[in-house]
Write a protein that binds this ligand. Sequence first.
Ligand code: NI
Length: 255
Amino acid sequence: MRVFDTHCHLDDGQFSEDREEAYRRMLEAQVERCVCVGSDIASSRRCLDFAKEHEGVFAAAGVHPHEAKDASPDYLDILAELLRRPQEVALGEIGLDYYYDLSPRDVQKRVMAEQVRLAVRLNKPVIFHIRDAHGDMVDFFRAQKELPAGIIHCFSGSPETAREYVKMGFYISFAGPLTFKKAPHLQQAAKEVPLDRLLVETDSPYLAPEPKRGRRNEPANVVYTLKKLAELREMPEEEMAQITWNNACAIYGIQ
Ligand code: NI
């Protein structure tokens, strides 16, 4: 079995004491690949550096809605430059977060739209972070002449919302909350997403799955989310690992 964690933040300060050990534990857990996802320019650079030095680690570069208000005037040029590196498999994470509202909503929308246009121009897939903003997001997608390929990361919506995104060609990635007891809608969504659109991720250091809930998360733990997904789809874990592995390699353009 080999497993692909499609979204983690190994560059995060919470790994400053044991980043190499977390990477080693990831490989021991048969998680052979992961994408280290940026949330601003500085973290995107850290992700790229880590990916350069670690087999099986890839990078994504982008400005998260939380950081949108601090985007420098030249941030798009810097992203375009970063995304030329061979380790860079996606633009992200970007999107809308109306739960925390850490940047004004009009700024979130502008910075997201600018990056989507860049992704289309560079022909890169996009990793979308959407929290309490599915309505505006769907409206935005519908208004675009051209959509990039992409992933709805740490999906948190209803089965209907998942269907909507799948119709637009996006992949749906499930994180730790899929394993939580009180997640009937999310679990229902995971039962309905077409097999060729399913992904798993940790979003570590956040959102540790059961039975690690409440602790710092790390890429090795993606196996718990995978296990839950296999259970929901009534499928052997190995088969679900292979399906989500193939999907991840397809969307990220990795051989
Ligand atoms: Ni994330």
